[in-house]
Design a protein around this ligand. Structure first.
Ligand code: GLN
Length: 263
């Protein structure tokens, strides 16, 4: 009996210190554990922070059992837990996120969003929290698009308003088809409506896994960095940077990423 109690107590101590490391929120305990509402039990909430996202971008944000989960959702929960805010996630089209932030409808945008000079004219970005590359998805055995050069004359599917869209829009001889969701562009590729899809590497892997018959070209392509966007001049950028640094330093961000990206 004594032995059992000792084991239970030891487990409780481990749990408590693990939760302290996680900023008492426990939001990084595992994939999607954070849910959509703040679950920190933090009684001294400074109020709500609204995050604008587009939950069509696995593994960063996507719907599962009517909840928005993903790397970004979990990091956002951990940041809010640390800062004492209650997180509310607002789902919208990707190309509506910056407007939501500049108009103050949302406090920040987090959606696997690449830092670009153009976007910096409209919003501030926090420190970056992930690296990505744009990749090319084609049908297995495709001879139309074998490398990045072939894209210049191809029919390409992209998600509207993304960096993939901006990048291929420079190709004069390419035929660009823009879709509201990355998954729709991938569907168009499967059914032969486009020759290739240009999209971020991790969502590409997820879409290819889910569909079959598709492959990602190994050509190295454009490198990018993800960050959170905030209204220009807002003090929230500094606040988020402080929390983000702690979460990077104590391994929480890595742990969240590893819960979603296993290869
Ligand atoms: N990283 C790309 C961008 O910022 C795509 C983001 C997304 O589709 N959610 O444009």
């Amino acid at each position: 009996m004594k032995k059992i109690l000792a084991v239970i107590l030891a487990a409780a101590v481990v749990c408590t210190s693990a939760m302290m490391l996680a900023g008492c929120g426990g939001s990084n305990a595992g994939k999607g554990d954070s849910g959509n509402a703040d679950n920190s039990g933090n009684s001294a909430s400074k109020g709500e922070l609204h995050m604008a996202t587009n939950a069509e971008f696995p593994p960063y944000e996507y719907m599962e059992n009517k909840k928005i989960i993903g790397i970004d959702a979990d990091i956002a929960h951990a940041i809010c837990d640390k800062l004492g805010y209650t997180l509310v996630i607002d789902n919208m089209k990707f190309d509506a996120i910056i407007a939501a932030v500049t108009s103050g409808k949302a406090d920040f945008g987090m959606a696997g969003m690449t830092v670009t000079e153009e976007r910096k004219k409209e919003v501030d970005f926090t420190d970056t929290y992930a690296k990505t590359t744009q990749v090319i998805i084609v049908k297995e055995g495709s001879d139309k698009v074998k490398n990045a050069d072939d894209l210049e004359k191809a029919s390409i599917g992209v998600q509207m308003g993304t960096t993939g869209d901006i990048f291929v829009s420079d190709f004069k001889d390419a035929k660009i088809q823009r879709f509201g969701k990355g998954a729709e562009a991938v569907e168009a590729l499967s059914t032969g409506k486009v020759d290739a899809v240009v999209i971020d590497s991790e969502p590409a892997k997820e879409f290819v896994k889910a569909k079959g018959g598709l492959t990602i070209l190994s050509d190295p392509f454009v490198e990018e960095q993800y960050a959170i966007c905030v209204k220009k001049g807002s003090k929230l950028t500094e606040e988020i940077n402080g929390a983000l640094k702690e979460l990077k330093d104590d391994g929480t961000v890595d742990k969240i990423v590893k819960a979603y990206i296993t290869d």
